[in-house]
Design a protein around this ligand. Structure first.
Ligand SMILES: [Ca+2]
Length: 682
């Protein structure tokens, strides 16, 4: 009897453990770590040089304004700058460093006296500057005013292009007052010695028993001298929650990338920890990578999920596979479905539903009353549109946090996120949360914590975060802080013919590399005038940008925006109708091909597209082959392709004359600048 009771207690305990862990995924935030040495010389300004204020530092346009001063933060010297307001050019002190691709943190200390006191948009800052070699530079925020030593810092700057860069310390604008600099540093922030990323199960670590059962872990063993170990090997194990290894595999520990594959087919349902370790010659664990929790679960677990995605990154909405066509909107809230349907001036949900939109973000409703959101989701869901709630300001240190009236906000941001996730996910029209929008890497740890809280409280949802505005190259650092990554290239800023439309493809590739093609990407497409010189995208540009993202593997597109800055700001009713018609046309063309886009990629071409052309091959459910391709260059291009299998006929889906087909296998295709071709082969 006692034994039975104990067994029941253990069973209950086991059930509770599983219950508490509704989803898997990374068990902790894996920050980039292992800062390298300071790459700057005389970083504390202690060394003097003959005829110069400070050794190693070049003092630019006005060397006389710089002096080594005894008011030091460290040692006995700092570098003082004053008298800038009388100048015509902005003075900087700089050093040149040669960098390899990677992430770098730039920081330095400044002490100020009346700096920029009478000149508002002036101050001092530190920059990493690729000019004139590259049109690229990154700077800390500006500092001005009066105060003791404070840190200026820009962490985790992504450097993609190897070569010389200037580190500059100095003024922005021409501030009055005085400033002292000390202890400047630029260090490379390297990944851990053993870096691991879960490729599959790709959706929140959920290993559903009707899907593939091979757990795949991508790893990189660092190749720098500090990391080098002779005779080491990598051990990867799935451990049960009691700590016993249930499946183990070993790999050689040489530097470089490897993918571990563990067969979990024989494991019972439950929670497992996926552990990767670098093991030394004596059997000791030298390094342990970030662990992931893998939850093996029955397929029926998904029955109540609003959304999830499969091993090919296809999103399921309400249980059905879908190519995501999303729209950003902004509006007020109401308790009336009719008001949502009609919208302001007739531009509400009823108009939106003319397009094959299946997902929507309303950027202004992040703190709306719950009943108003429920009415909104009622109306959207009846139109086949799933809703992503904006929670990108649900952090206690965000200035907007205090505008949130939900009672749970008083208990802190973690409680708030769990409460909102639980409350809103009770509605079948809630697909998930919009968690970040063009933010720098500093915020990743808090977005990661929020992602975990939302995921645990609402297991069958998706968290979507969008990177851009100069931060997109930090994408690899975000890979575990979200479910779906977005990037928002907005290439149309100049008159026609001068815009790099292929930026959409480039951003998509940045995203694909960041998540190693193991998570969905939903790319944000420019549907607004960013500058007056560029204006609105034309219908053809909308089509080209959308298909560039699709050809690079995006499985969703979001258009910014139906609301503010976008369609809602078009004053002329006829122009507004025309712009909306453009988006309807482009999204309907995509929707018609949804079954093809959801199918597996197919090797339609023997060999690649070649040259400047990028291509995506598909075989539709009816066996018909499709080729989608675009020209990455702003000039004409031609390609001659060999088909993997012969075709009888080629059709251009956009109504153009089809390319010449010879011998049934050779296809000669002409592309205009940045042109997209959509071909069907029979
Ligand atoms: Ca010093």
């Amino acid at each position: 009897m006692i034994r039975l009771a104990l067994a029941l207690v253990l069973l209950l305990f086991g059930a509770l453990t599983v219950f508490a862990q509704k989803v898997g995924g990374p068990t902790e935030w894996s920050r980039a770590e292992r800062p390298g040495p300071n790459l700057l010389e005389n970083a504390g300004f202690e060394a003097k040089a003959a005829g110069a204020a400070a050794a190693r530092w070049a003092l630019g346009v006005a060397p006389g304004l710089w002096v080594v001063d005894a008011a030091a933060r460290s040692g006995e010297a700092s570098l003082k700058l004053s008298g800038v307001d009388g100048q015509s050019r902005v003075p900087t002190a700089e050093q040149t460093v040669n960098l390899t691709p990677g992430f770098y943190t730039l920081e330095g200390w400044a002490k100020m006296a009346g700096l920029g006191a009478t000149r508002e948009r002036t101050g001092v800052r530190l920059c990493l500057d690729g000019r004139p070699r590259l049109h690229w530079w990154k700077c800390t925020d500006l500092a001005r005013g009066t105060g003791d030593w404070r840190l200026l810092r820009l962490p985790l700057i992504a450097v993609g292009n190897p070569g010389p860069y200037r580190v500059t310390v100095g003024a922005y604008g021409l501030p009055d007052g005085e400033v002292w600099f000390d202890d400047v540093s630029l260090v490379q922030v390297r990944r851990p010695v053993l870096d691991a990323y879960l490729l599959y199960p790709n959706f929140r670590g959920m290993l559903f028993d009707d899907r593939p059962q091979t757990v795949r872990l991508s790893m990189v063993v660092a190749d720098d001298a500090e990391a080098r170990q002779t005779g080491a090997h990598v051990r990867v194990s799935l451990l049960d929650e009691g700590g016993a290894a249930r499946v183990t595999r070993q790999y050689e520990g040489q530097p470089g990338r490897l993918v571990a594959e563990l067969d979990a087919a024989g494991l019972p349902h439950g929670s497992y920890r996926l552990r990767a370790e670098l093991i030394g010659q004596g059997g000791e664990a030298l390094e342990r990578a970030t662990e992931y929790r893998v939850m093996k679960a029955a397929a029926k677990t998904r029955a109540r999920f609003a959304a999830w995605y499969d091993e090919r990154n296809v999103t399921y909405l309400g249980g059905k596979p879908a190519f995501v066509i999303g729209l950003y909107n902004t509006s007020g809230y109401t308790l009336s479905r009719q008001d949502y349907a009609r919208g302001r001036d007739g531009w509400g949900n009823a108009r939106i539903a003319e397009a094959p939109v299946n997902m929507l973000i309303n950027y202004w409703l992040g703190a709306a009353p719950i009943p108003a959101l429920q009415a909104y989701m009622d109306d959207l869901h009846d139109r086949g549109i799933y809703y992503l709630q904006t929670v990108n300001f649900y952090h206690a240190d965000d200035p907007q946090y205090r505008t949130i009236q939900y009672p749970a906000a008083k208990d802190g941001d973690d409680a708030l996120n769990r409460w909102v996730a639980k409350t809103l996910s009770a509605h079948r029209g809630l697909v998930g949360f919009y968690t970040a929008d063009e933010r720098p890497a500093e915020v990743i740890p808090q977005v990661f914590r929020q992602h975990r809280a939302l995921s645990e409280a609402a297991p069958g949802t998706l968290n979507y975060a969008v990177l851009g505005n100069g931060w997109e190259e930090q994408a690899p650092l975000w890979r575990d802080a979200l479910d779906v990554m977005g990037l928002d290239p907005y290439p149309i800023t100049k008159p026609r013919g001068q815009n790099n439309l292929a930026e959409v493809g480039e951003f998509t590739r940045i995203g694909q590399e960041a998540v190693q093609r193991s998570r969905p990407l939903w790319i944000v497409i420019q549907y607004f005038p960013l500058t007056s010189a560029g204006g609105w995208p034309t219908q053809d540009e909308l089509r080209v940008m959308s298909w560039m993202a699709i050809i690079e593997g995006a499985q969703g597109l979001f258009y910014w925006s139906f609301g503010t800055k976008g369609l809602a700001w078009v004053k002329d009713p006829r122009e507004r109708e025309q712009r909306w018609h453009d988006l309807l046309r482009v999204t309907k063309e995509i929707k018609v091909l949804e079954p093809v886009l959801l199918a597996e990629d197919a090797a339609v071409l023997a060999g690649g597209a070649g040259g400047t052309i990028r291509a995506l091959g598909k075989r539709g459910p009816d066996g018909v082959r499709y080729l989608f391709a675009y020209n990455t260059k702003n000039g004409p291009a031609s390609a001659t392709w060999t088909l993997a299998e012969p075709a009888r006929a080629v059709e251009d889906l956009d109504g153009a004359a089809p390319p010449a087909l010879s011998d049934g296998t050779r296809l000669a295709v002409e592309f205009g600048p940045y042109a997209v071709k959509r071909l069907r082969l029979r």
